[in-house]
Design a protein. Structure first.
Length: 63
């Protein structure tokens, strides 16, 4: 059976400079840290919560 889990492609589009340190740490936990860096994450409530915390710094698309 094929793996049918959804994924999210998360791209950092804005710098974390000037924002709270917990938002910077959340970007690190997502695997980001530089503008333009893209990572694929599994779509689950935990990842969705982290994305919500830094939604002003990232772009998200479902793949």
């Amino acid at each position: 059976m094929a793996d049918t889990k959804k994924s999210l492609r998360v791209t950092q589009v804005k710098s974390s400079i000037g924002y709270k340190s917990d938002q910077r740490k959340t970007l690190r936990a997502l695997g980001l840290g530089k503008i333009g860096r893209t990572v694929d994450q599994v779509d689950n409530p935990c990842v969705r919560g982290m994305i919500f915390k830094v939604k002003h710094l990232v772009e998200v698309e479902e793949i």
